[in-house]
Design a protein around this ligand. Structure first.
Ligand code: NAD
Length: 470
């Protein structure tokens, strides 16, 4: 596939092969752009600003809606592209595409309700002058959207769609692990907007990504990815606005009074997308009183999951993104076992296919849970009571979302108040997200919120207008 800049497909001699992580086959290639190409696309996006600002809110909204219809029409094709470049099982890829259609539609609606407010200026005391004060939300300008490999369509749209709704121009830089489906949605959107309004550039983060981050002609960077990259971007972005949606280490707390059938079903989301979900269940914190019963049920349910070819519509767990990821996951598991964790299930891999793995007797000093493992691993940490569960849940640099299973309202409220994360879900796992809700973590998990309404807010500037009426 090619890049899309100023409404044209652009190729380069220098190319990267994109491989299917399940079978290693080369699916396609994409150009490796350089700093000079990034400068050109930044110029294009700046030149196109007026063309989207000249569109009425109605036109922007309709363009987004029409793009969502195209996406709907091509949903099978795009889901299969996600399957082959990410290795995401088809059942999960089609859910991502269906959610993406909704994401664009939320943005189409939001484009029609970007309001300012009136400001009472008589607070400064009375005089002969009468001021009318009001604010107007105006586009921020050029938005650089830098995205990760694991949800290449919906997470890119969580940046592109609100940016367009607020009448900005956009430059998308997808992950080089999975750029194809992102390029496809940019192509779809480009068909509904003036040329240069939506652009995509492919290349390495350290060059093309960095060029967007440091440019004074890019007005906002909206980034989703790892903590390490997020911190680096924050150190390089200068005065521009940034939103950082970073890694997580989300706990699933199961207290003594929980419904264990529901809690074990929830725990299975540790294996969704082979564990490569920022809000996946990454630590299972069990009250000792129910731990053994929970574990029996959980192991039985995990054994029923089907692992294998992600294009098989019955498969639940596909490969991780590449063999390096599998090696990293395996090392973290083996280190934990050496330090006293007990392997209950799985633990091995072949190529990029990693078995769903359950470990008991894990503690927070182990790298497996101190850092984000990003693989199909369910580490169990045993605790006594709600206080210790909360303390373990908070003993991490991350704070994205947290799930708690309990039938006790006092325990539920204590968890809601004391767990330090962007969302606390009672009787639901952290992996839950709808595309309108405010989404974003605390601590090292990020800065700012996504969810269309919140992203639109962050992609506008507020201008104050004062009229003096004598
Ligand atoms: P990553 O940080 O390796 O890469 C993300 C993007 O940043 C890629 O497009 C990459 O090319 C680019 N990049 C790399 N170096 C850069 C630099 N110096 N300047 C600018 N851009 C640069 O992340 P990944 O491995 O693709 O994705 C997995 C990570 O993303 C996990 O940590 C996961 O938790 C996180 N994630 C977070 C959320 C969320 O909403 N909070 C959602 C999905 C994934």
């Amino acid at each position: 596939m090619q890049m899309l800049i100023n409404g044209e497909f652009i190729d380069k001699e220098d190319k990267q092969e994109i491989k299917n992580p399940f079978n290693g086959e080369v699916i396609d290639t994409v150009p490796i752009a350089d700093w000079g190409d990034a400068d050109k696309v930044i110029e294009v996006a700046n030149n196109a600003k007026q063309s989207i600002q000249d569109m009425s809110a109605k036109e922007v909204s309709e363009s987004l809606f029409n793009a969502s219809l195209d996406l709907e029409e091509q949903s099978e094709y795009i889901a299969n592209l996600i399957v082959s470049e990410v290795g995401k099982p088809y059942k999960q890829a089609i859910v991502e595409v269906n959610r993406s259609i909704e994401t664009i539609r939320f943005a189409a609606e939001e484009a029609k309700r970007i309001y300012g407010e009136t400001v009472p200026l008589d607070v400064a005391g009375s005089s002969n002058e009468k001021f009318y004060g009001f604010t107007k939300k105006i586009p921020i300008g050029v938005v650089g959207a830098i995205t990760p490999f694991n949800f290449p369509v919906n997470l890119a749209l969580h940046k592109i769609a609100p940016a367009l709704a607020a009448k900005n121009t956009v430059i998308v830089k997808p992950s080089m692990d999975a750029p194809l489906s992102t390029l496809k949605i940019v192509e779809i959107l480009n068909n509904h907007f003036p040329k240069g309004v939506i652009n995509a550039i492919t290349g390495y983060g350290s060059e093309v990504g960095d060029a967007l981050v440091v440019s004074t002609d890019v007005d906002k960077i909206s980034f989703t990815g790892s903590v390490a990259t997020g911190l680096f971007i924050a150190s390089r972005a200068g005065m521009k606005k940034i939103t950082l949606e970073l890694g997580g280490n989300d706990p699933l707390i199961v207290l003594e009074d929980a419904d264990l059938e529901k809690a074990t079903d929830a725990a299975l989301s540790a294996f969704s997308c082979a564990g490569q979900v920022c809000i996946g269940v990454k630590r299972i914190i069990l009250d000792n009183k129910i731990a053994d019963k929970f574990i029996d049920l959980f192991i039985n349910k995990t054994k029923q999951l089907k692992i294998g070819d992600p294009s098989d519509k019955t498969v639940d767990i596909g490969p991780v993104i590449d063999e390096n990821a599998a090696i990293h996951i395996s090392k973290s598991i083996n280190n934990a076992i050496e330090d006293g964790a007990k392997l209950l299930l799985g633990g091995s891999y072949e190529g990029c296919l990693f078995e769903p793995t359950i470990l008991d007797d894990v503690n927070m000093s182990m790298d497996l849970v101190a850092n984000e493992t990003f693989g199909p691993v369910a580490p169990i940490i045993r605790v006594d009571g709600v206080e210790e569960a909360i303390s373990v849940a908070n003993n991490t640099q991350y704070g994205l979302q947290a799930g708690v299973f309990t039938e006790n309202i006092n325990h539920a409220l204590k968890c809601v108040e004391k767990i330090d994360s962007g969302a606390v879900l009672i009787n639901k796992e952290s992996t839950f997200r709808t595309d309108n809700m405010p989404f974003g973590g605390f601590k090292s998990s990020g800065m700012g919120k996504e969810g269309i309404k919140y992203a639109v807010e962050d992609m506008c500037k507020t201008k104050l207008i004062i009229l003096n009426h004598i």
